[in-house]
Design a protein around this ligand. Sequence first.
Ligand SMILES: Cc1ncc(COP(=O)(O)O)c(C=O)c1O
Length: 397
Amino acid sequence: MKLSSRMSRLGTETAFEVLARARALEAQGRHIVHLEIGEPDFDTPANIVRAGQDALAKGFTHYGPSAGLPALREAIAADFTRRRGAAVKPEQVVVFPGGKPVMFFMFLALLEEGDEAIYPNPGFPIYESMIRYVGATAVPLPLRPENGFRVDVDELLALVTPRTKLLVINSPQNPTGSMLTADDLKAIGRFAAERGLWILSDEIYSRITYGEPHHTMLRFGDPERIVVLDGFSKTYAMTGWRLGYGIMPAEFAPVMARLQTNATSCTASMTQMAGVEALTGPQDSVDRMVAEFRKRRDVIVAGLNALPGVTCVEPQGAFYVFPEIRGTGLSSKDLENRLLAEAGVACLSGTAFGREGDGFLRFSYANSIENIREALARFGGFLQKGAARSRSSASAS
Ligand SMILES: Cc1ncc(COP(=O)(O)O)c(C=O)c1O
């Protein structure tokens, strides 16, 4: 098969590959604790499911406008304006089947060969994949545990060249759970506006925070150069429904809608009606889910920090932890493989999130406290066996 040369630049999300390996082990009768996949383990709230069913019954089974159903664009604009303190009009909203198309279409619309785009590393792997796929140069911005995995604004400034066209930020962040402060966003927004840079602000975890409030980039930068990515996958446990959106300059919205016309025509109509209910209906299920995630975060952070050779920064949002594991003497990839094969714990090597993730693992704590405790016990047992092995080989030599 002769594929286009651009296919050689397309990356992927390793989480799906680890999940497949874990499932294969389960098929052989092994018990696996799943901490690899980034999706809430909760069901979509019943009122939202009912709204989807009603929409099917009422005939929302046809094509809709490429930019999204007016009712949903209005609901998103109203919700965004109320929650985030940045006034948004429905014509600035475009609805997509998930958050991912927002990044892909934005990069397709704005980047060309020779352009540089700066993205967080470790970070969601699709940024780098898509930037490279569209022919631009992906410039990693390292995030480090020393400053809680926040963007170092001076380091960011040093990466900007005359070719820099776009900057990706993500807060709360996948895979580290870090959040940018209002001061960080102010500094980033100011210098991006001065240099005319576009910003993709991935805010898909905006509602999953544990203390400090989330701030939208839209309040701090040039609104004519910002696209905010958000959606329903994480907040409302709707990953399989495929529903996300972008908030963007009104002039840019028809561009993104045209890409959608070419790629998918529109987002499923019944899914969009479920989205209207998600935003306008009761929000207590979101609050309950976040309260539960917080308890799990506390258990997993304390448990990891108690393991020899493991140090874990406390995340401020999302549902991931990104512990440093260099002290175990194993590489990230070896540890990912061996924890799965020998301890039955599925997690991801930090390198799945870019080269700066070397020396780290990512655990998703979208699993019960009981299973998290079991995974920690298995991880601890694995490290103890390793320590015993190295003690006995040292005494033998
Ligand atoms: C940072 C980040 N952005 C975007 C997405 C994509 O979300 P969706 O499933 O709505 O396409 C994810 C999903 O894991 C994510 O972690």
